[in-house]
Design a protein around this ligand. Structure first.
Ligand code: HPA
Ligand code: ZN
Length: 350
């Protein structure tokens, strides 16, 4: 008997996967941006999608956020949010992603005069249709923008009250500098009381990131941390994350814009220390890499084994905000896939 030669790229691409850290507005492809701009009569600074892509020049979080917010001005009507969501879920399904937890940033739209109802209804309808048509399941996480006030976050939680069954949790994203988790303690406590799950961004190499991670764990008592890579620098934080079996949603290609590496060494350290590290795409239309590409590039940089890849995919399902019975079904799908693909094959002389 010998094991079949393995094409790592197909192994990753064909595996059933979950994505837990993807910003819906970060999936806005330049082609859709141009189509919506034409439909809604919104002038763009560029003449072609290629020119727009050429202007994607990110080297840190603020330089990314500037382009990200400018991009979403083309989203006006319910159909625009529907199209954005349906297009992303179609792409995700084509990558064999079977389950997604999707962030959206309502304040970035209500501040432009788009109603909360328009945003969430368009997204929700697309989620239902994508599940029907493509079999991909998704749940929605409402993010608050951390540079805006805690009062604005609370107002948006109130706007969401009629739609609570459409949300699985709340998150915190955007500009981290001088906007620590504690600023949002009250709104996150209220969200918890409403049975929503809690997560917050602690982006790689941000100022005061260890203090912010500590606040997430001790004060806010989050259920997950988005990014959180710097926790490796503090053994006490890492131990808590490990003991609480908390998921970290790492985004390799996104990290590369900030630290010039896919953080594969850090991912390896997390695996070695039994941290539930997961791999995600963050803002795939802007970073020009969806989930499979994130896994494939990470595997190349860090020379991860097939077992490492399986572990990271399993981790995502383990920390997904689903019932245990649903998680177990997905885990069974992954192990069946791995068993089937990795099974030893008899040689001609066996
Ligand atoms: N970090 C913080 N805020 C964001 C991001 C991110 O990667 N993407 C969209 N909003
Ligand atoms: Zn993010």
């Amino acid at each position: 008997m010998q094991t079949q030669p393995l094409d790592m790229q197909s192994f990753i691409s064909n595996m059933p996967k979950a994505e837990l850290h993807v910003h819906l507005e970060g999936t806005l492809e330049p082609e859709l941006s141009f189509a919506l701009a034409a439909k809604n009569n919104i002038p763009l600074e560029f003449d072609t999608p290629e020119q727009l892509i050429a202007a994607y020049d990110f080297h840190d979080l603020p330089s990314f956020l500037k382009i990200y917010y400018a991009g979403m001005n083309v989203l006006i009507n319910q159909e625009d949010f529907y199209q954005l969501t349906f297009d992303y879920l179609t792409k995700a399904a084509s990558e064999n992603i079977v389950y997604v937890e999707l962030f959206f940033d309502p304040q970035a739209h209500t501040s432009r005069g788009v109603s909360f109802e328009t945003i969430i209804t368009g997204i929700h309808k697309a989620q239902l249709d994508a599940e029907d048509a493509l079999g991909i399941r998704s749940q929605l996480i409402m993010c608050f923008l951390r540079e805006l006030s805690a009062e604005s976050a609370m107002e948006h939680l109130k706007l969401a009250m009629p739609y609570l069954p459409w949300l699985v949790g709340v998150g915190l994203d955007s500009n981290e500098k001088d906007n620590p988790p504690a600023k949002f303690a009250e709104v996150f406590a209220k969200a918890r009381a409403l049975d929503l799950k809690l997560t917050m961004h602690c982006d790689v190499n941000q100022l005061d990131t260890l203090t912010n991670i500590k606040q997430c764990l001790d004060d806010i008592q989050v259920d997950r941390i988005d990014h959180g890579v710097n926790a490796l620098q503090d053994p006490a934080l890492l131990k808590k994350i490990q003991q609480q079996q908390m998921g970290l949603t790492v985004c390799p290609v996104s990290n590369r814009f900030v630290v010039q590496s896919l953080t594969s060494k850090e991912v390896r350290q997390m695996l070695e220390q039994n941290i539930l590290v997961t791999i995600n795409s963050d803002d795939p239309a802007y970073f020009r890499a969806y989930l499979n590409e994130n896994f494939i590039e990470l595997q190349r940089e860090g020379q991860f084994s097939t077992q490492d890849i399986v572990t990271m995919v399993e981790n995502a399902f383990k920390v997904a905000w689903l019932k245990d019975s649903e998680i177990n079904q997905y885990l069974a799908q992954v192990s069946q896939y791995a068993r089937h693909v990795l099974k030893p094959s008899p040689t001609a002389h066996a």
